[in-house]
Design a binder for this molecule. Structure first.
Ligand code: ATP
Ligand code: MG
Length: 512
């Protein structure tokens, strides 16, 4: 301050300094904790706080604004070992809750805040993305027309999934829901698709198994895992799918194709219900809050295929929902069915009888349909659903009497072969070439003369023989997406010669 003897000028200087003072801290930016418990803090004094804003508490603790009321705000706290107490100060950060994004996250396991939990150290990335982003507008999107191959015969042939589609996997507990999602991730190897697997409310041990499997199949390097276990407080479980979507979305906006799995949204809905009941929001149907539909719709609306001007990237979502005793008409299942573009319904009876993956072709649907199929897959599989429907109808009918006519017998034999061909082991996704050859021979009727128990053995021999003698057949389908008449004839010849060798050696029994 300049030296002066004049009292008036001194007071003028002080006044000027006060005028120039740039008040960085507003009284409304600092508040006080009124009460705290169950991962919820009620805070007084943060009048200007925004919904979804990050609030900082002493001891490096953070929370997110979830309730804005007349006198106070409700903040959901992140983390388990929070030592905040009544009367503690807290302050606004003026930014929305964000997660780190970028290629450094590939191959890593992170929590709902994007912090690493795999013990491999810090994630070196400078970019952050808010966990809640408004979904791309209609004009920014283009229609889904490219297949996202799952490598599972029953899905790629009958319920195809396209890049940018949202396809629900729904079924009771232990019906192979996670298995389909993991196989789809494994099948993206070498296809330039990034994957994000978001686990919500599962046991840590289940997540560890999934990470180990992905590592074993060399699929972790193009995958990020976002985990929020059942042991974590509800705010973290609530955040996990939004964080995972932001991580995936970042790649989509760079023009990449991304696949995201939400395993599962039933547990997410339960976590949200817990959180909002703790925040004293009034419960509605089945005690879920009134905005439970919006919880999932705003999440899944972010999956899409962007227009070419925006890079043409896509985000394909496979949300999972667990049903109770196959009841797909319950509250949360119907919500998510209506949000998504189709569902893969997994049938418990089929699963228990050994028909795995237990995809119920009658109840499963893809609303994008054959637009998401290659021409060759479309032509090979177009009659499959109808043949299976006929088979199931005849099967029910044949239970009433043993005296069946020849045409009924034919439908039954053919249907049994088709269902057998659609069985597939876990962790064995197939290339488009193998899928198409398998479905082609099943449809051709050449396998109808053998006993169902030999079907997979014959298919394996056929696969070996094509790989050894005519690998160009698979290359043609995989690369050129064509299956010429010449290739079809070659496949039939190979199959006939395999069947005759096996029959000559009395290895195959006839089915009747
Ligand atoms: P949960 O409800 O517990 O999450 P889920 O529906 O996700 O179960 P999975 O964990 O995927 O089911 O599978 C249940 C069991 O079935 C696992 O032991 C898995 O190995 C087995 N399984 C799943 N798919 C197949 C398959 N195609 N072939 C053989 N076994 C399978
Ligand atoms: Mg599961």
């Amino acid at each position: 301050m300049p030296k002066t003897n004049n009292l008036n000028s001194l007071s003028q200087i002080i006044k000027d300094e006060i005028d120039k003072y740039d008040h960085k801290v507003d009284s409304t930016d600092v508040g006080q904790v009124v009460s705290v418990g169950d991962c919820i803090a009620t805070v007084f004094g943060l009048d200007d706080a925004m919904y979804g804003e990050l609030i900082e508490f002493p001891g490096n603790a953070y929370g997110m604004v979830m309730n804005i009321e007349e006198t106070d705000i409700g903040v959901a706290l992140f983390g388990e070992n929070i030592t905040i107490k009544e009367g503690d100060p807290c302050k606004r950060t003026k930014r929305l809750v964000s997660v780190p994004v970028g290629d450094a996250l590939l191959g890593r396991v992170v929590n709902a805040l994007g912090q690493p939990i795999d013990g491999y150290g810090k994630i070196e990335t400078k970019e952050l993305r808010p966990i809640e982003v408004v979904a791309p507008e209609i004009m920014d999107r283009q229609s889904v027309c490219e297949p996202l191959e799952t490598g599972i015969k029953a899905i790629d042939s009958m319920i195809p999934i396209g890049k940018g589609q949202r396809e629900l996997i729904i079924g009771d507990r232990q019906t192979g829901k996670t298995a389909i999602a993991i196989d789809t991730i494994i099948n993206q190897k070498g296809k330039d698709v990034y994957c994000v697997y978001c686990s919500i409310g599962q046991k840590n041990s289940s997540l560890a198994q999934i990470v180990a499997r992905l590592k074993r199949f060399d699929a972790l390097k193009y995958t990020t895992i976002v985990g929020s276990s059942a042991a974590e407080p509800s705010p973290m479980q609530y955040l996990a799918p939004y964080s995972a979507t932001s991580i995936a979305e970042h790649w989509m906006h760079q023009g990449k194709n991304v696949l995201i799995i939400y395993d599962d949204l039933s547990k997410h809905a339960v976590a949200y219900r817990t959180l909002l009941l703790l925040l004293r929001r009034s419960p509605g149907r089945e005690a879920y809050p009134g905005d439970i539909f919006y919880l999932h719709s705003r999440l899944l609306e972010r999956s899409c295929r962007l227009s070419d001007e925006l890079g043409g990237g896509s985000l394909t979502a496979l949300p999972i929902i667990e049903t109770q005793a196959g009841d797909i008409s319950a509250y949360i299942p119907t919500n998510v069915i209506s949000i998504t573009d189709g569902q893969l319904f997994l049938n418990t009876d089929m699963f228990n009888s050994g028909q795995r993956p237990a995809i119920d072709s009658g109840l499963s649907v893809s609303r994008v349909g054959s637009a998401a199929q290659t021409k060759v897959m479309k032509s090979v599989s177009k009659d499959l659903r109808m043949a299976l429907a006929n088979y199931h109808e005849m099967l029910d009918f044949s239970r009433f009497g043993s005296d069946l006519d020849a045409s009924t017998k034919k439908i039954l034999t053919h249907g049994a072969i088709l269902t057998e061909v659609l069985k597939q082991k876990q962790y064995m996704p197939l290339s488009a070439g193998q899928e198409i050859v398998d479905i082609y021979v099943a449809q051709s009727g050449l396998l109808d003369s053998i006993n169902v128990s030999y079907v997979h053995k014959v298919l394996k021999l056929l696969d070996n023989s094509i790989r050894a003698q005519n690998p160009e057949i698979y290359d043609e389908i995989n690369n050129n997406k064509t299956f010429s008449e010449e290739s079809k004839n070659k496949v039939e010849e190979r199959l006939k010669s395999i069947l005759s060798t096996l029959k000559d050696n009395f290895i195959l029994e006839d089915s009747y």
